[in-house]
Ligand binder design. Structure first.
Ligand code: URP
Ligand code: ZN
Ligand code: ZN
Length: 455
């Protein structure tokens, strides 16, 4: 019997290996992998890679900070993701103090549900105002918010006692704690010292957030996680100091995981020395580090000391970044890469010899899906969602904000030539990007209820 869709003769890349075959799709799922499959629609993929749709577990779309919000909303952000081969994202719920966790989830879903063009999930943020609400963690988990973001930095950071309470509550519901690890007391002291002495340019941003102290914070939260007996996922690892803490914990058999992001793999801190607003654009936290750190991060991915690459996509416009030019600590933090991530890791990772093809798919698709409770995503196998990318490894991509679909109006990758680009993106059996066009409308994506099975 003919399939609804067959992708013919592609090089199938999974986290396990690379082989040539046809992929048959029936309805929304992968129904067969084999030879000479026939479909009502057949797509020729000879000479192309067929990969799972990529999974980006760390994005901030329309995220408010004070009177502004990150520039991509749930439509433009998921559209850009789809062009870049990403078919699942996970964003955040950030509860207002007076809201219950379920009310906050409902209002975030009300922002997203009608706009998304790809599937999405949500992490629940637990700040100090949520400590009295920890008895609601089980309800958030039951509603599909199975991972919980805990900050060690910013005004909504948790102190170690609160962290202990939050880790325990999340662990008791079988949820996954995820953490932003930096040492806030050291950062605030260094910022005060720098700004107080007239050192106000973005050059001082990474120098106020030392790699050693990111490692210290990661080590501290790993110790707390071990004490509680919980697993833990460390967001946006920027340096070898943090890798070392995660690797040591993993060597001891602890269930500690970490991700890094394209800005740490491809870029370096000389960007902060560019003139004017150009130096403000790369401000993000943790900061982009010295060039030597890049090799440590690639090596960590290839040795499974880090398990994923996500984007932490959180762009602001040039005008918004410019507001902090007189004091770098006031520059809104965050950078874009939701569209370039999959290609960037292929180009700078696989083509440059740091990662194998299976490792590329593993860190961008398969392991993020597994770690975040998405059992039908991130893999090409019968029964999985037919979220697929036909990737042209020879296409050259001259990166420019004019050709990207991200809306910040700038990209830190401008002027780079990356190799490889998604020729077609498919989301639950439906072609969503083809011939450089998005061919589905807003609301095509779905909210994914995530969970981790029985404890
Ligand atoms: O500077 C950054 N990374 N902004 C986004 C929020 C966060 O800390 O992940
Ligand atoms: Zn963070
Ligand atoms: Zn983030």
């Amino acid at each position: 019997m003919a399939f609804d869709l067959v992708i013919k003769n592609g090089e199938i890349v999974t986290a396990q290996g690379v082989y040539r075959a046809d992929v048959g799709v029936r309805g929304e799922r992968i129904a067969a992998i084999g030879e000479s499959l026939q479909g009502r629609r057949e797509i020729a993929a000879a000479g192309k890679y067929v990969t799972p749709g990529a999974v980006d577990v760390h994005v901030h779309l329309e995220m408010p900070i004070g009177d502004i919000a990150s520039t991509d909303d749930f439509y433009t952000g998921t559209r850009a993701a789809a062009f870049g081969g990403t078919t699942t994202i996970i964003d955040f719920v950030e509860p207002e103090p007076e809201e219950t966790l379920l009310e906050a989830l409902a209002s975030r879903r009300a922002c997203a549900d009608d706009k998304v063009v790809i599937d999405y999930g949500l992490h629940m943020t637990l700040g100090p105002a949520e400590i009295p609400k920890l008895d609601q963690v089980a309800a958030a988990y039951a509603a599909g918010c199975a991972s919980f973001k805990l900050y060690m930095a910013y005004d909504f950071r948790l102190n170690d006692g609160e962290m202990l309470q939050a880790l325990t509550a999340v662990h008791n519901t079988n949820g996954l704690p995820i953490v932003h690890a930096e040492n806030w007391d050291v950062i605030t002291m260094l910022i005060a010292e720098n700004v107080g002495n007239g050192r106000t340019t973005p050059h001082y941003h990474p120098r106020s957030r030392p790699a050693k102290m990111e490692g210290e914070a990661a080590g501290r939260i790993i110790n707390l996680a071990e004490f509680v007996g919980t697993r833990l996922y460390v967001f946006h690892v920027s340096c070898g100091e943090t890798v070392d803490r995660i690797a040591t914990a993993r060597q001891r058999g602890l269930p500690i995981y970490g991700e890094t992001c394209p800005q740490y793999l491809l870029l370096d801190w000389s960007l902060y020395d560019r003139p004017g607003v150009l130096g403000a654009l790369p401000v993000c936290s943790p900061p982009i580090r010295a060039k030597e750190e890049q090799a440590r991060l690639w090596q960590a991915l290839s040795r499974n000391h880090l398990q994923a690459v996500s984007t932490d996509h959180c762009p602001f416009t040039m005008a918004e970044k410019e507001r902090g030019l007189g004091d770098y600590s006031q520059i809104p933090g965050g950078v874009p890469s939701i569209e370039v991530r999959f290609t960037a890791v292929y180009s700078a990772g696989v083509r440059a010899g740091h990662l194998s093809l299976p490792q590329w798919v593993d860190v961008c698709c398969t392991t993020p899906a597994r770690l975040f409770g998405l059992p039908r995503k991130g893999q090409i196998a019968v029964g999985y969602d037919a979220d697929l990318v036909i990737f042209d490894p020879e296409r050259e991509m001259h990166v420019s904000p004019k050709t990207l679909h991200e809306t910040a109006g700038w990209t830190l990758y401008e002027g780079m030539t990356l190799h490889g680009w998604p020729e077609m993106t498919i989301s639950h059996g439906q072609v969503i990007v083809e011939d450089g066009e998005l061919v589905v409308g807003m609301g095509n994506g779905r909210f994914l209820r995530r969970g981790f099975g029985k404890m």
